[in-house]
Design a protein around this ligand. Structure first.
Ligand code: NAD
Length: 277
């Protein structure tokens, strides 16, 4: 495809959570179509590794370390990105994590954890980015990562599902409030994706093959990143407030039944495994 159709060349994009997984894939794809990329992550080594990969692809880049769950740090991350890659035209945020438990057994800590991890970062970084764009009279585009878990009921997954559904609504409201400023805001709802945090274990691959997910396979970070590129690009110039499932047909199959019930337990972020309660 003629990548000039995307109109992304030379744009400055901040990818929050860009140090790994879907964020890393998105940062590298953005670099391949000519974007300057600021890679923000709570883990320094991750941010630096992906920023170096962007630089290897020939694009200006910077690594920014910060915890964007804190409003002040989210603002700093946005300001640093603007300074270090020469402006800010677009924002991608990918942060999110799930607790797995039934509603009856769910603890206040699990509920709060999922709402903090899945909602706060986008609210504060998008708010800071929009304030900056509007004050400079610039148009812009933003994409966050929600989940199919925010579009359907989510047994053993209620706090994550509710937070991800909140993100879908937040995106709609931002899209409406900021449309007069030519700022588009969209979300992607991935299905089952292979990432370093949730790898393609044999058990997960088999569960996917036996599920009602029509594609019968896990998706990749690149497949989500390509959808982010589309939503950020000029190809989506009339798309705002939308949530795009990237799910191998999961949401379509959901009309037939529940394709995939996660086991109870807490997701172990380091091992990518489900720890039973
Ligand atoms: N992998 C899947 O199957 C799947 C399915 C549906 C939705 N999702 C969603 O996709 C998104 C990305 O998933 P992933 O597996 O690529 O994530 P990941 O955990 O692999 O990567 C997220 C990155 O964000 C960084 N980060 C975490 N908290 C941060 C903070 N407070 N401030 C700054 N950086 C922080 C982490 O260090 C990490 O590098 C998540 O929102 C997740 O809920 C994933």
């Amino acid at each position: 495809m003629d990548s000039s159709l995307l109109q992304l060349e030379g744009k400055s994009v901040l990818v929050v959570g860009g140090g790994q997984g879907i964020g890393e894939s998105t940062a590298k794809l953005l670099a391949r179509v000519g974007c300057r990329v600021a890679v923000a992550d709570a883990v320094q080594e991750r941010a630096e590794r992906v920023a170096a990969a962007v630089a290897n692809l020939g694009q200006p880049s910077t690594a920014i370390v910060g915890n964007v769950l804190e409003e002040g740090q989210a603002r700093d991350v946005v300001e640093r990105a603007e300074r270090e890659i020469g402006g800010l035209d677009a924002l991608v945020t990918t942060i999110g994590q799930a607790s797995f438990n039934s509603i009856l057994d769910m603890t206040p800590e699990q509920w709060d954890h999922d709402h903090r991890k899945n909602l706060r970062h986008f609210f504060f970084t998008a708010q800071a980015a929009a304030r900056s764009l509007i004050s400079r009279g610039k148009s812009g585009s933003m994409v966050c990562i929600t989940s199919v878990g925010g579009m359907q009921s989510a047994p053993n997954h209620a706090s994550y599902g509710a937070a991800k559904a909140g993100l879908i609504n937040l995106v709609r409201t931002m899209a409406v409030e900021w449309a007069p400023h030519n700022i588009r805001v969209n979300a992607i709802a991935p299905g089952s994706i292979t990432t370093p945090r949730i790898p393609a274990t044999p058990e997960r691959v088999e569960r996917t093959q036996q599920s009602l997910i029509p594609a019968k396979r896990l998706g990749t970070g690149d497949e989500v990143g390509k959808a982010a590129l589309f939503l950020l690009s000029d190809l989506a110039s009339y798309v705002t407030g939308h949530t795009l499932p990237v799910d191998g047909g999961w949401m379509a199959a959901y009309l037939l039944g529940i394709p995939h019930v996660p086991p109870t337990g807490t997701l172990d972020a380091t091992a990518g495994a489900i720890r039973p309660q």
